[in-house]
Design a protein around this ligand. Structure first.
Ligand code: TMP
Length: 213
């Protein structure tokens, strides 16, 4: 059986990642793989309830980080791990890098505490840590992202933050990439939608080929 593949999509709000996930799903299906598309926070009934709370209610920074990880734990146990065990490709719109970027970078919450929570929540039975196989990071200047968001939907708690916050979130992503460079693919999200799409397809296609799909 093909082993499962865990691909995550990251970036500041307005970077445009969601548009490209369906194209990646098609690419994976064309490569003969079953695909599970999901998101964080969310992806299970309990995690979606936590999403509503965390995106709309003001709260203490540790409470916010704990709720992100609580939603993640449920998502891993109920959806991600079973799909990977079946050999599926899991395409997840945000995962733990978002917690390091938003809560660690944006909010300035303690990076080491986040690392402790990560090691608790993502521990596998053999003691290894579940991490994405590939993380596609849509990197974009926060001012360009703000212009794109201005014409979009009603902003949630994070989307309504100022550009400084997103500059710190972006720095959080860069720090995370520096810590785990092997699984990160940085995409310049300032390019046209077609150019970004072509880059994303190339990166994911190369990964699937290497993975023996
Ligand atoms: P989305 O709008 O891309 O679905 O993401 C929801 C928001 O939640 C987005 O502003 C980023 C934020 N978020 C965090 O702050 N920490 C996390 O761990 C995750 C997964 C998302």
């Amino acid at each position: 059986m093909t082993r499962g593949t865990f691909i995550t999509f990251e970036g500041i709000d307005g970077a445009g990642k969601s548009t490209h996930i369906e194209r990646v799903a098609q690419l994976c299906r064309e490569a003969g793989r079953a695909v599970v598309r999901t998101r964080e926070p969310g992806g299970t009934p309990v995690s979606e309830k936590l999403r509503e709370l965390v995106l709309h209610e003001p709260m203490d920074a540790l409470t916010e980080a704990l709720l992100m990880f609580a939603a993640r734990r449920e998502h891993l146990v109920q959806v991600i791990e079973p799909a990977l065990a079946r050999g599926d490709v899991v395409l997840c719109d945000r995962f733990t890098d978002a917690t390091f970027a938003y809560q660690g970078g944006g909010r300035g919450f303690d990076w080491q505490v986040l690392a402790q929570l990560e090691s608790m929540v993502q521990a596998l039975p053999d003691g290894a840590l579940r991490q994405p196989d590939l993380t596609v990071w849509f990197d974009l200047d926060p001012h360009i992202a703000a212009e794109r968001l201005a014409s979009a939907r009603v902003p949630d708690k994070f989307e309504s933050q100022p550009a400084d916050f997103f500059a710190a979130v972006r720095a959080g992503y860069a720090k995370r990439q520096a810590e785990m460079p092997d699984r990160f693919a940085r995409i310049d999200a300032a390019q046209s939608m077609d150019a970004v799409g072509a880059n994303v397809s190339r990166v994911v296609g190369a990964w699937l080929g290497r993975d023996g799909a």
